[in-house]
Design a protein around this ligand. Structure first.
Ligand code: MSK
Length: 635
């Protein structure tokens, strides 16, 4: 395979390990995402503007927004309709991903409860009773503090099952439990309170079918509704995962490709759902598996992670984080990975090609996410322990096949403190939000920004994530976040106590008193719901609505449909959202205006697009200061 790079590695990523690995891949003739991105240039202008349509077989159609060529598709759809349909498609796509993730966790909890009630063995159990009781209490289930936990769990499962499949016009139980009244009134007024997790995505796909909804305003209004279904599907996944595996608490570990070990069996877990990866990580610590690893000449088993499965296992078990989205191929190109075990979402099909260049086994585990060239060992809840054992055995038996002379592990890693769930933040604050509210009121914390989302090869990997975060903390803004941003910040050393020195003097004093880093790792991308819980609590503590808070959201390197859904629900919840990658909407002036201006009149927040992270930080600071003034808070 010939690899002819256009940009130098330093232009593709700010991550030192990735720069080294891109060079290494080029030496070995291995094509990576960066090279495929370059081969794809120039990308289709119609696609970039959002004015191409392939939703029916009269097409594909395209509209030149500058008026050269057709101004309508073959069916008569104009640019506004085309762009709005695509936005809705992305939101529904993201919502379906989170919805199914939540559903798998729900089904597993349901079976765990049933097995425990009947005294049958089952690989999963309620590990965090306190969390289960807290969820039940929020859902309004009576006697949540005193009833037997299994009884409560039955009711929790029933209420969330209703949310998945409801056929009436009532809204989600989870929305009622995890929203503030002021927001609920907005959702009701606009008619965007979602009815069920499945119904909103279903209706979205209907609306974008040829000959259904042609009005960009009504398409986008349903986009808001679908995004809120996404929001509460994510909250479901997060909360139930905490009940099954434990609510994260601060934990120390390491991040970046340097966590791979030259003399151990390296098993990389990748994807989003922790149902199998937690089992793999736990079993890898057993005497049985360690003995097996030693029998093939390895010093041990090193489980580490990529993307959000990494965040899940890092937060709960301290499993090292090998990297974010654009690190997945780099990890394999080290030649040091015995097995990469994937569940779903954000898996590049190219993993099979790169694994094929080495001894590495790529193992798919979920029926919905198969990759040609991979081995498939299917996860089933009742067989989870056996599947984890089979996965680890496959990796261990593969260790002797490692070609040591082809191994190259960049010696780059950083310490990280992760695991800042809302509960953990409250503990750090002494059990109450009061110190945070006080610091915010006095201006020692000027504002709070949540940075989330992916990597995208259109922009240098981690540049937007880290430059923005550094600018904000230097200006006394506390930064929290999830997903691939969290991995970027961890790799850059921003999630350590040493990084307190990068904070402005006022913020630094708060951080030192609380003994926390300036950038708080709140989890995987599904865990953006933790940020919402924190926002709700903050708004209630100040007696205001979310749009009144001195806060901002950002996805500097957004990539996936899930990011579109998440960004949209943050806006629906009243948080301005910055995007560092221009989304494919500019082909419609009306849609662009609605998303970046008019939507504020509906929900109190809007999208802001700014590719330069320093300029983005400036506009966030202006917004934060404006909100502070409106609340009567000092600068
Ligand atoms: S993994 S959705 S690239 S955050 Fe959650 Fe990262 Fe975005 Fe996937």
């Amino acid at each position: 395979m010939s690899v002819v790079p256009i940009r130098r590695p330093e232009e593709k990523t700010v991550d030192r390990a990735a720069q080294l690995m891109i060079r290494r891949a080029e030496e070995l003739g291995i094509e990576t995402v960066h090279h495929r991105y370059e081969r794809m240039q120039p990308q289709c202008g119609f696609g970039l503007l959002g004015t191409c349509c392939w939703f029916c077989m009269m097409g594909p159609c395209r509209i030149d927004p500058y008026g050269v060529g057709p101004t309508k598709g073959i069916c008569g759809a104009d640019a506004d309709t085309m762009v709005a349909r695509r936005v809705l498609f992305h939101i529904a796509n993201g919502e379906a991903a989170h919805g199914e993730h939540a559903f798998h966790v729900l089904e597993t909890l349901k079976e765990a409860v049933r097995s425990a009630s009947e005294g049958r063995p089952f690989p999963y159990r309620i590990a965090d009773e306190k969390k289960l009781r807290a969820i039940a209490k929020r859902l309004g289930i009576p006697d949540a503090e005193t009833r037997p936990v299994l009884d409560l769990a039955v009711d929790v499962v029933r209420m969330i099952e209703e949310d998945m499949t409801r056929t009436t016009e009532e809204t989600l139980n989870m929305l009622k439990a995890y929203s503030i009244e002021k927001r609920r009134r907005v959702f009701e007024r606009l008619g965007i309170a979602p009815r069920s997790v499945w119904r909103e995505a279903f209706e979205a796909l209907h609306r974008i079918h040829m000959g259904v909804d042609a009005d960009y305003r009504s398409l986008l209004l349903h986009g808001l509704r679908t995004s809120l279904a996404d929001c509460y599907a994510m909250a479901t996944a997060t909360e139930l995962q905490d009940a099954l595996f434990g609510t994260p608490r601060p934990v120390e570990s390491y991040a970046n490709l340097g966590v791979l070990k030259p003399d151990e069996v390296n098993v990389v877990v990748h994807g989003h759902n922790p149902l199998l990866s937690m089992k793999v990580a736990e079993l890898a610590r057993s005497e049985e598996m360690l003995g097996l690893a030693k029998s093939v000449g390895a010093r041990g088993i090193n489980v580490c992670g990529i993307c959000c499965t990494a965040n899940e296992t890092l937060m709960r078990l301290g499993v090292p984080l090998a990297g974010n989205l654009l690190h997945q191929e780099m990890a394999l190109a080290t030649g040091a990975v015995e097995a990469m075990v994937v569940d779903y979402q954000c898996l590049m099909p190219s993993l099979a090609d790169i694994a094929g260049c080495f001894h590495t086994k790529l193992i798919t585990t979920m029926p919905v996410a198969r990759i040609p060239g991979a081995i498939h060992i299917e996860w089933k809840a009742d067989r989870a322990d056996e599947v984890a054992r089979e996965v680890l055995r496959t990796a261990i038996e593969n260790y002797p096949r490692r070609m040591k002379e082809r191994v190259y592990i960049p010696d780059v890693k950083s310490k990280v403190i992760a695991g800042f769930s809302v509960e953990a933040i409250l503990e750090a604050l002494g059990g109450t939000l009061a110190p945070l509210v006080d610091a915010l009121k006095r201006g020692n914390i000027r504002g709070i920004v949540g940075i989330v989302g992916c990597n995208n090869p259109k922009v240098p990997q981690d540049r937007g994530h880290t430059v923005l975060a550094k600018e904000l903390i230097a200006n006394d803004v506390l930064v929290v976040g999830t997903g691939c941003w969290a991995a970027a910040a961890a790799k850059a050393g921003l999630m350590t106590l040493e990084a307190q020195s990068l904070a402005g003097i006022r913020l630094r004093r708060v951080l030192e008193a609380l003994k926390i880093p300036p950038c708080l790792h709140m989890g995987s991308c599904v865990d953006n719901s933790r940020i919402l819980v924190a926002l709700n609590a903050l708004a209630e503590a100040l007696g205001v609505d979310i749009p009144d808070l001195p806060v901002f959201g950002s996805a500097p390197e957004a990539m996936s449909s899930k990011a579109v859904a998440i960004g949209t629900w943050f806006v629906a919840q009243g948080v301005n959202v910055h995007l560092g990658v221009v989304p494919p909407v500019l082909g419609s002036k009306a849609v662009t205006k609605l998303l970046t201006e008019d939507i504020e009149g509906l929900v109190g927040a809007r999208f802001v697009v700014e590719p330069d992270p320093k300029k983005a930080a400036e506009l966030m600071l202006e917004h934060i200061d404006r909100k502070r003034r409106a609340l009567g808070l000092p600068a």
